[in-house]
Design a binder for this molecule. Structure first.
Ligand SMILES: *Cc1c(COP(=O)(O)O)cnc(C)c1O
Length: 395
């Protein structure tokens, strides 16, 4: 089949929930992608902050192939080898207590919400607990996650959503405080807001929210689905803030391409929430996904991925700041580490991303006016140097 045929067939048979760019990617190597016409692209999107290790990492691929030949699935009625290894690595990496593996980010959020409600229910047997979420947040598309996603357009057609959700302004501690009641069981937020436009939490805000949670025995849920796994120059973004969540969610780069997510609980939350019968999943924690997670942790350590992100960040930021200097329509840069946004005024960001593809550069957008740069975590200086002119040509 030809490129156009793949697009036509997809558009004929796949439910139209995405307006796709007219590119059919066929293979990847390192930080480059190739389409069905063998055109090369420099990838600064990583499949939406997923492919941290880049494409075609030989050790990662070999581990998955080995696991395919051993066993792919067993169910959670039994133990399996990679589950034990992946769970230990995840839990030790964040100094928390227990992990539950899911197949996606939105399912990780569902689990976190259930754990928080159960925690509060065990205290007072109440069934009217509330959650405080943030405006401009994004936590996923399933109904529970959508209910805490601060985007009216995403929510409206699907109401009624789950009840008891109040929205506060991100980075505005007073607005969080005003929404706390004696029913509040959790405060949920991204450590760095992604889809909403790349807004890092301020240190003051996150520490303030942590303090409020401690004062009122509210669980702090930090969504690290996009900003976790080394992206900000810390393995977990909250590690750069001097706070710890009670529950953390992760997905995207957790399996570096294999669909997997998780929520992790500290001792307090783990010991006082979900028990057998409360929660489950057929696929979650399956040997193939767990082998991916386990291997990703090994390779992050072997290649010092987090240090690499931290070391290269000043150069990346310097190059992006130079663009903001140079072009009047770029109003500012926001972000942390390899999670950066260029804020655009007076030009449609979707068109810039489309033009970038024509110029052999994959970038995505965030919010209504942000060019989002979330490259594979293995990019080098030369890749940044190559990215800049391709992006400039797309303005
Ligand atoms: C992508 C994302 C989700 C949803 O993850 P899915 O795997 O798409 O369900 C949730 N929270 C954040 C912060 C995300 O970036």
């Amino acid at each position: 089949m030809k490129t156009e045929d793949y697009m036509k067939e997809t558009d004929t048979y796949v439910l139209h929930t995405y307006n796709r760019f007219p590119v059919v990617f066929e293979r990847g190597s390192g930080v480059h992608l190739y389409d069905t016409d063998q055109k090369e692209y420099l990838d600064f999107a990583a499949g939406i902050a997923v492919f941290g290790l880049g494409y075609g990492n030989a050790e990662y691929n070999a581990a998955l192939k080995d696991q395919v030949d051993k066993i792919i699935h067993t169910s959670n009625l039994y133990y399996n080898v990679p589950l034990a290894e992946a769970a230990r690595k995840v839990v030790e990496s964040c100094g928390m207590s227990r992990v539950f593996f899911t197949n996606s980010g939105t399912e990780a959020i569902e689990g976190a919400i259930k754990a928080a409600r159960k925690y509060a229910w065990l205290k007072d047997r109440g069934t009217d607990h509330e959650i405080i979420a943030m405006r401009h947040s994004f936590h996923g598309r399933s109904l529970g996650a959508l209910s805490v996603t601060g985007n009216a357009a995403y929510q409206e057609p699907f109401k009624p959503l789950i009840g008891g959700v109040r929205f506060a302004d991100f980075n505005d501690l007073k607005s969080v405080e005003e929404n706390i009641t004696d029913k509040t069981c959790a405060i949920i937020m991204e450590t760095v807001q992604g889809e909403g436009g790349i807004y890092p939490a301020t240190r003051e805000f996150l520490q303030g929210v942590r303090r409020l949670c401690d004062e009122h025995d509210i669980l702090l849920i930090l969504d690290e689905i996009q900003c976790g796994m080394g992206r900000t120059g810390h393995l977990w973004a909250w590690q750069g803030y001097g706070v710890q969540p009670d529950i953390m969610t992760c997905a995207k780069a957790l399996g570096c391409g294999v669909p997997v997510g998780c929520f992790v609980l500290n001792e307090k939350a783990a010991a006082n929430s979900l028990v057998p019968g409360d929660h489950g999943t057929t696929y979650g924690g399956n040997p193939l996904a767990m082998r991916a997670v386990s291997t990703v942790f090994d390779l992050f350590e072997k290649y010092h991925i987090v240090d690499h992100v931290r070391e290269l960040t000043p150069y990346f930021e310097h190059k992006l700041d130079a663009l903001v200097e140079k072009y009047d329509f770029l109003t500012t840069r926001r972000g942390k580490g390899f999670m950066q946004g260029l804020v655009v005024s007076g030009k449609p960001v979707g068109q810039i991303a489309a033009r970038a593809l024509e110029n052999g550069l994959v970038v995505i957008t965030a919010g209504s006016d942000v060019i989002r740069l979330v490259p594979p975590l293995i990019i080098e200086k030369e890749d940044i140097d190559e990215m800049i002119p391709r992006l400039e040509a797309s303005f």
